[in-house]
Design a protein around this ligand. Structure first.
Ligand SMILES: [Zn+2]
Length: 415
């Protein structure tokens, strides 16, 4: 994961750009990826796909030719999707187009105006005091042309066509935690899932934030009814506890499985309702007319957010691994979960079927044998029973699987 991050982090991965396309191409060499292209100008529900944008050169000089800011020093110095300009402007005018963050005066902020036409530079706040001339030469050489917004789709077929969708965005230039860490974890998850025989079909999506999700879903509406659950991933490498943001409904199976896994795997984590922790593509997938339950997992907040301080130094592979393991466990439980349906009458003669569990082997299971037997009517899943009885998922699963092996239950196909 750290190799991917080191290779891609400094690229200019704007929403429709060469740097973005190159990054997607890089990922396609690691895992099988179908590239979905949506051309500039395509109407996607209420949105329109923007032009491909490139920046070749940009600087600010005083009238003696002293360079005060240059694109060569850092990609973030030019606002993403800035218009071109070649003009002498007053200090007052320049200040309207210079973006800085007084809360983090030594860092260049990440700023973008994808849909409003404007020009702009981003600069360290503590450098503004050196701008004390009356006039400046501003030069930005950018191009807007017809292109295609690209979405990378890694599909891992399962036993059923119902899909669990995992989403990360790839459109933040020269930054790491937001958003490359989600991408790196997703690539590793794809490799792990491909090694297994899965019940669900998995789709792992790499896309530009918001417009990428809208483009993908609007151009592939037939997929929407198959999407059962989703997880959005980003900001997973910094040294902070996890933040679980629940789906819009907040109590769906995937929300509860996320809570169950986090409670067991990490000492502490934050939890909040939909859109109260972070805002990302879950607003599209779990949004109006789509409504796929999509919690998000991150390590929000972190102080270097949306700035030139979001570098490989602020993250570790260890943190990424922890997050990856959490997601794998969530998916494992979802994948193994099913609705057991009783095929017997009267209490089962447990010891006759080898289903008796001694309290010395598993006390909790021993205490709950009857309670489990009373919950096999096909309306409760293994995970529901686990929650009902405050047990461990694997204990309940293995026990009910033994009922299945004895022909005492069948699997209800309701999901
Ligand atoms: Zn962001």
């Amino acid at each position: 994961m750290m190799n991917l991050i080191r290779d891609l982090w400094f690229k200019r991965r704007d929403i429709v750009s060469q740097g973005y396309d190159d990054s997607l191409e890089y990922i396609s060499r690691l895992i099988p990826l179908e590239i979905v292209s949506v051309p500039t100008g395509t109407q996607c529900w209420t949105w329109t796909v923007p032009e491909k944008w490139e920046v070749n050169n940009a600087y600010i000089e005083d009238l003696e030719g002293n360079r005060l800011l240059s694109l060569e020093d850092h990609p973030l110095h030019v606002m993403s999707y800035s218009l071109p300009i070649d003009q002498v402007v007053s200090k007052e005018e320049l200040m309207k187009h210079l973006y800085s963050n007084p809360q983090r005066p030594g860092a260049i902020p990440f700023n973008f105006k994808y849909y409003q036409r404007d020009w702009g530079f981003c600069i360290q706040h503590n450098r503004l005091e050196s701008f004390n001339e009356e006039q400046y030469k501003v030069f930005i050489d950018t191009t807007f042309e017809e292109g295609s917004l690209k979405i990378g789709v890694c599909t891992i077929p399962g036993e059923i066509e119902d899909v669990i969708v995992l989403v990360a965005h790839l459109c933040h230039p020269a930054m790491v935690n937001d958003d490359l860490t989600g991408v790196a974890v997703l690539v590793d998850l794809a490799k792990e899932l491909m090694k297994k025989q899965n019940h669900y079909t998995y789709k792992l999506l790499f896309l530009p934030e918001t417009i990428g999700s809208i483009s993908y879903l609007s151009q592939n509406e037939e997929i929407i009814p198959k999407l059962k659950y989703g997880i959005f991933l980003e900001m997973l490498g910094n040294d902070n506890i996890h933040a679980l943001q629940l789906s819009r409904r907040g109590n769906t199976l995937i929300d509860r499985v996320c809570q169950y896994v986090l409670k067991r795997k990490v000492e502490k984590f934050n939890e909040g309702p939909f859109r109260k922790i972070v805002g990302n593509d879950e607003m599209v997938f779990d949004g109006p007319g789509i409504f796929v339950p999509m919690p998000s997992i991150s390590r929000w907040p972190y102080p270097e957010y949306h700035s030139s301080d979001d570098t490989p130094e602020i993250i570790t592979g260890e943190r990424l691994n922890e997050s990856k393991e959490l997601v794998l466990e969530i998916l494992r439980i979802l994948d193994l979960n099913y609705y057991p349906k009783r095929q017997f009458k009267g209490p089962v003669f447990l010891s006759g079927y080898g289903l008796w569990v001694d309290w010395r082997v598993n006390k909790k299971l021993n205490q709950n044998l009857e309670q489990i037997m009373l919950r096999l009517e096909g309306d409760k899943s293994i995970f529901d029973i686990t929650e009902d009885l405050d047990m461990e998922f694997d204990d309940v699963l293995n026990y009910i699987n033994a009922f299945e092996q004895n022909g005492l239950i069948t699997r209800n196909e309701v999901h």
